[in-house]
Every structure is written in structure tokens, then in C-alpha cells.
Design a protein around this ligand. Structure first.
Ligand SMILES: NC(=O)c1ccc[n+]([C@@H]2O[C@H](COP(=O)([O-])OP(=O)(O)OC[C@H]3O[C@@H](n4cnc5c(N)ncnc54)[C@H](O)[C@@H]3O)[C@@H](O)[C@H]2O)c1
Ligand SMILES: N[C@H](CO)Cc1c[nH]c[nH+]1
Ligand SMILES: [Zn+2]
Length: 438
């Protein structure tokens, strides 16, 4: 453990911004080699279809299905997994599913319209996507919670067909993942992962149907593949490794916050875990907690490298400065571990999900609070939002012109069209002017 160290920064020092950016530096799709490798995988899947899927599954997942059809798990296997769960586990999965569904119901975009005095009616029609692909990660760990987080909003949106892909390293399926797919109403499940799964969802193979949009988190191969197929299909976001940022006023048990940092560090060696506090002695106490907890967590297999690589303890002047640093980082998860989180909330502009107060551990949000755990990472919370029902709905504008309304609008359109030099546009509008029709 002597090799363990965590970066300490002081936001009051002149070089702070540069030092912080060094901790934050991580571009999930910048590695040229990975980009090239993923582009090659996508090209192979486009060219060879199922044969390429089988070949990459053998190579990367050490799993040798007898045929492409064997990549698909029958609904009976999902149901059997659900029926085989211990009652307490089934109840926990059901509780999480209900809470995620209840939250998602609030996110539904609704159609609307309004009618003008001359009878012209303008509005918005909302339709679900026809078929979506759900990427459920499965390389280093299995994520039944991610099945629920991906599938339930799609169901609430009314998507008729949900196609899930999940790698099964060594051919081992995870019963909780299958059971979650069963209760979430996933229509088809394929045991394939990585860039090859993303390519198959984007372009289709004989066995695996092409979808309209691919959602869900994954490692750098998955993220890079999603970036490369965007345009052929929709994607939700390019999600990088997990992140947690905690703002503390020094009043929370240091062990609690040390464990909150570890809770995201354990996802990935590239995970980012940062604590900001107003009191140097408190940061010392949390660092001591981290060191105290490390041996037990290491024995349980929790990675510590991410706390060394992309962890930091930051001293700030006050909570206002803490909020400013948080807004610069724009974290995936932000815990406001302070006495009055509501007072701080209004100062937060950039964060995927905000966890309020000392008792709201981020881990509760990962599983069962209700809001989605698929969230913007790598600073993209500056411009994007959590996965939600709205990701599975599209809007179409609806325009109805009454005869009187089209007469009025045509006069305006005609002038503007002629201003643009577009004669056919102008004539098309002018046909609708009542006096010109007679
Ligand atoms: N944001 C979220 O909601 C959320 C939820 C769960 C997990 N995660 C993140 O998802 C990621 C999961 O990663 P994972 O690796 O465990 O599973 P994964 O399913 O994303 O990736 C596994 C696949 O990667 C491919 N792969 C592995 N090594 C490769 C190589 N050398 N060349 C080409 N392809 C290769 C294989 O095809 C394999 O099937 C972690 O970073 C975790 O933090 C995020
Ligand atoms: N923290 C992850 C999102 O960054 C989600 C997750 C799933 N299981 C546990 N955690
Ligand atoms: Zn997590």
C-alpha cells in the first residue's frame, strides 16, 4: 500500500486550473490505435455479417457459439432466470424496476397544438422510435441495473421492439442480467459485445436486426464504435468511465465519503473520483479513511489505481468556490454532502445527477432511487442530459393551414421567397392566395 498516493490540490493557488485539467484529462475516443481497430471491426461486420460477429466473439469474449443463431437467448431462458432468483433478489430487482418506471413516466414528452383565429393549427406530434438497441456492458462486471436503466425508459416511450446486446465472457450468462431483461420487457437478447455488437446493431446482420438508435454505456471500444456509427443510427451519448465529485462542508463521516469515492473507482481503472472540501483537516481525515479502507477493498478486488490516476482531494475557500469548480468539472455524479444542499443546488449548472445531503449516497442512484444512471461523462454535462424517455421519442412538427390562413401566410412567404431568389417557392405559396386562384 506504500505505493498509493492521491493528488491534493488547492483551488486558492494560481496554478490550480492547470493542475485540475491534468487530473481531468481523458478523451475516450482519441486513441488513434483504438479508433483504427474499431473502424476495422465495423468494416468487417458490415462485410461479413454474422461470420464476423462469431469471429470477434471467439477472439474477445473467449466464447464459441455453434452458430450465429446461438448468439440469441430465447425468451424462455430469460423467464427461467427470473423464476430461479432468490425471493429477496427478485424483490430488489422488482422494486428498482418500479421506481425507475415511476420516474420515467414523468419524462414523457406530450403532443401539443394551438389554433389561431383564422383556423390555422400548429403543433407537435410525438412518436416512439420503432426499434432500439440497448448496449449492456459485461466485460469486467455484469450490470443488471443497466438493463433496467436502458430498457424501462424505452418501454415507457412506447418503443415496440427492444434489442439488447451483452457480452458473455467465457460464455457465462449472468442470471440477474437475464432476469432484468425479462421484467423490463426486452424483446430480443444477443450475447455479443464490444464494437462488433454496436456495428451489428447499426448495420444489421442476417441474425441481428438493424436498429434506429443505440443507447447504453460501455468501455472505450463501445464508445468509439458508437461515435463511428452515429449518423447511420442515432446514439444517446458517448459515455466514458464513471465519475463522482463530492462537495463537502466537513460535516459528513469521512469513511462515508471515502467509500463514496471508491464506489465509482471500482468500476474502472480510468474512473474519476474527486472530493472538494472547505477544510484541509477534513481532507486529511478522508485521506486517512481511504488508506484505512484500502486493504479490505483491495482484498475484495476493488481497483485502487483510479484513485491514484484520476482521483483528487481539493481544498477550496468556501462553498461558492466549490460550486464554481464543480461547474468547471461538469461531473457525471455530484454529491452535495453539506448541511443545506438546497442552498447550494441553485449554484450548480453542470452535473449529470445531483445527490442532495449526507444520506444520499450516489450508489443509491446507481440502483434504485429512480433517475437514470446512464449519464453524461467527461464534462459533457455542460451540454447533455441523462438518458430518459425523451431519448426514445421523436417530435414532428404539424402544420395545418385553413384557406384563410394559407392566404395570409402565402403573402409573407412569397415576399421572403423572392428575396431569396427562389421563384418556385414563391409561386407555390402564391397559388394559395385566394385572389390569384380565381
Ligand atoms: N455510465 C453508466 O451508466 C455505466 C454503467 C455501467 C458500466 N459503465 C462503464 O462501462 C464500462 C464497462 O466496460 P467493460 O469492459 O466491463 O464491458 P463492455 O461490455 O463495455 O466491453 C466488453 C467488450 O469490449 C471488447 N473488447 C475488450 N477488449 C478488447 C480489445 N482489446 N479489442 C477490441 N475489443 C475489445 C470486447 O468485445 C468485449 O465484449 C466501464 O467503463 C464502466 O465504468 C458505465
Ligand atoms: N455508476 C454507474 C454509472 O456511472 C452505474 C452503475 C451500475 N452498477 C453500479 N453502478
Ligand atoms: Zn456505479
Amino acid at each position: 500500500m506504500a505505493d498509493f498516493s492521491i493528488t491534493r490540490l488547492d483551488a486558492r493557488q494560481p496554478d490550480f486550473d492547470r493542475q485540475l485539467d491534468a487530473v481531468l484529462a481523458f478523451d475516450p475516443a482519441s486513441d488513434a490505435d483504438i479508433h483504427e481497430q474499431v473502424a476495422e471491426i465495423i468494416a468487417q461486420v458490415r462485410r461479413d455479417g454474422d461470420a464476423a460477429l462469431l469471429e470477434y466473439t471467439r477472439r474477445f469474449d473467449r466464447h464459441d457459439p455453434v452458430s450465429a443463431a446461438a448468439l440469441e437467448l430465447p425468451q424462455a431462458a430469460l423467464e427461467a432466470a427470473w423464476n430461479g432468483l432468490a425471493p429477496a433478489v427478485a424483490a430488489a430487482l422488482e422494486t428498482a424496476a418500479q421506481r425507475i418506471r415511476a420516474y420515467a413516466e414523468h419524462q414523457k414528452m406530450a403532443p401539443w397544438s394551438y389554433t389561431e383565429a383564422d383556423g390555422t393549427r400548429l403543433g407537435q406530434q410525438v412518436t416512439p422510435l420503432d426499434r432500439v438497441g440497448l448496449y449492456v456492458p459485461g466485460g469486467k462486471a455484469a450490470y443488471p441495473s443497466s438493463v433496467l436503466m436502458n430498457a424501462i425508459p424505452a418501454k415507457v416511450a412506447g418503443v415496440p421492439e427492444l434489442v439488447m446486446v451483452v457480452p458473455t465472457p467465457g460464455g457465462e450468462t449472468n442470471p440477474l442480467v437475464l432476469a432484468a431483461a425479462h421484467i423490463a420487457g426486452v424483446d430480443r437478447v444477443f450475447r455479443v459485445g464490444g464494437a462488433q455488437a454496436v456495428a451489428a446493431l447499426a448495420y444489421g446482420t442476417t441474425t441481428l436486426p438493424r436498429v434506429d438508435k443505440i443507447v447504453g454505456p460501455g468501455n472505450i471500444y463501445v464508445a468509439t464504435a458508437k461515435k463511428l456509427v452515429f449518423g447511420q443510427v442515432g446514439i444517446d451519448m458517448i459515455a466514458g468511465p464513471s465519475e463522482i465529485l463530492v462537495i463537502s462542508d466537513g460535516g459528513t463521516d469521512p469513511d462515508w465519503l471515502a467509500m463514496d469515492l471508491f464506489s465509482q473507482a471500482e468500476h474502472d481503472e480510468d474512473a474519476q473520483a474527486i472530493l472538494i472540501a472547505t477544510d484541509a483537516a477534513y481532507l486529511d481525515a478522508v485521506e486517512a479513511s481511504i488508506r484505512g479502507l484500502l486493504p479490505t477493498l483491495e482484498r475484495a478486488g476493488v481497483v485502487k489505481t483510479s484513485l491514484s490516476n484520476r482521483g483528487a482531494l481539493i481544498l477550496v475557500e468556501d462553498l461558492d468556490q466549490a460550486a464554481a469548480v464543480a461547474n468547471h468539472i461538469a461531473p457525471e455524479h455530484l454529491e452535495l454532502s453539506v448541511a443545506d444542499p438546497d442552498a447550494l443546488l441553485g449554484k450548480i449548472r453542470n452535473a449529470g445527477a445531483i445527490f442532495m445531503g449526507r444520506h444520499t449516497a450516489e450508489a443509491l442512484g446507481d440502483y434504485c432511487a429512480g433517475p437514470n444512471h446512464v449519464l453524461p461523462t467527461s464534462g459533457t454535462a455542460r451540454f447533455s442530459s441523462p438518458l430518459g424517455v425523451y431519448d426514445f421519442q421523436k417530435r414532428s412538427s404539424v402544420i395545418f393551414c385553413s384557406p384563410q390562413g394559407s392566404d395570409t401566410l402565402a403573402r409573407t412567404a412569397s415576399v421572403l421567397a423572392r428575396g431569396e431568389g427562389l421563384t418556385a417557392h414563391a409561386r407555390s405559396a402564391e397559388y394559395r392566395i385566394v385572389e390569384s386562384a380565381s
